[in-house]
Design a binder for this molecule. Sequence first.
Ligand code: SF4
Length: 459
Amino acid sequence: MLEIHDLEVGLDSEAGLVRAIDGLRLSIARRETFALVGESGCGKSMTALALMRLLPENGNVLAGRIDLEGTDTLALPEREMRSVRGGRIGMIFQEPSTSLNPVMKVGAQIVEAIEAHTELRGDAARAKAIDWLKRVGIPEPERRIDEYPFRMSGGQKQRVMIAMTLATEPDFLVADEPTTALDVTIQKQILDLLRDLQREQGMGLLLITHDLAVVSGMAQRVALMYAGQIVEVSTADEFFSAPKHPYAQALLRALPDADRRGEPLTAIGGTVPALTQAFTGCRFAPRCASAMAHCATTPPTLDALTPTRSVRCLLYVSGATPGSVRPEVSKGSQAGFDTSARTARGAADGKPLLEVKNLCVRFPIRKGLLQRTAGYFDAVAGVSFDIRAGSTLALVGESGCGKTTTGKAIVQLLRTQAVIEGRALMQDKNLFELDGAALTAARRDIQIIFQDPYASLNP
Ligand code: SF4
């Protein structure tokens, strides 16, 4: 259904041309889920953007072809590409906060997509939008369709994005980290929905993710990318049972495992190389525990080992019998992380550092032209816990259950938006009663790392 031939994408930068994608080749059949995996910065998302012809302003396709059922999409005039983009090819973007229009209600955004790419108009388009909000698990879709994105949690915004993309029933879907912001129950619901759509509509799916658990549950085939190139392509079963490329082997070994709880995590030492340089050998060589002398001077090519598997590694070239080489990553290439939660436990026995008692957070529901308060919505209802010095408390739950609201209320970021009751005692002071200089001083002692960097940094 989709074939990418020798795609090369470059980005102009002050440091020179960044070769973000270098000679990418892949093909995806109808009803197939093909996963593109790799660490961030390896070129996965850039591949998706090239496919949609949505490269950033400093990006260019330098060479290659992208064929969608025989049509070279790179050669289409922009006017025709507009009906392909969002119509025949849908894309679920990675970042819902920057992908939704903040000044349009979510329903209007979904209806706009439906009207642009289907025959439905007006009430029929709105009914379809509500139906899709229901299908992606948004509670009370009839009410929430008229909310602005800022009223929704990160996971709910992601589901709105998914509804907007799927409502136009695309033939081919590019899903860039579609479920990263979602909790496991919603994640399962969305992945089941994608599977059903594939069955019903014969949709092809390019799944871009670093979540190997999602890949193993969804994909028939996997391509692993490293520094702008594919280094291994195989069936998902082959990839997970016996990866061939040393990078694939190291990645699978780095997965946290419940059986190894308390042991240092395995990591791949070093970082992805800058893509502005001209490579003379294997791009993974500085991090590879199996590197040989000629790896630094001979660039490996992506060669077929079997009809279903190709690997870019000199270990499998001449002399080495495919399948017999299982290099082990030496201890030297692994960075150990100390799981210091254990060592801190001794310090966790004194008086609580923070005591939260019966925390309630209520948001007003506003209605009418004058936006009068018509009632209240309980986001947090009677939450109590304490945290001792040197200890970590994990607050877990589905998206929209009140976790983030609890954190923001403690850090005093909801004072003007919500009614807050209860107490948050820190060093015998109730944070909810502080004002002026005392509040400023307390804020120095209690900090928050926000969930969403795009919405948190001033652009
Ligand atoms: Fe490692 Fe050499 Fe294979 Fe590159 S070509 S992955 S350095 S063994």
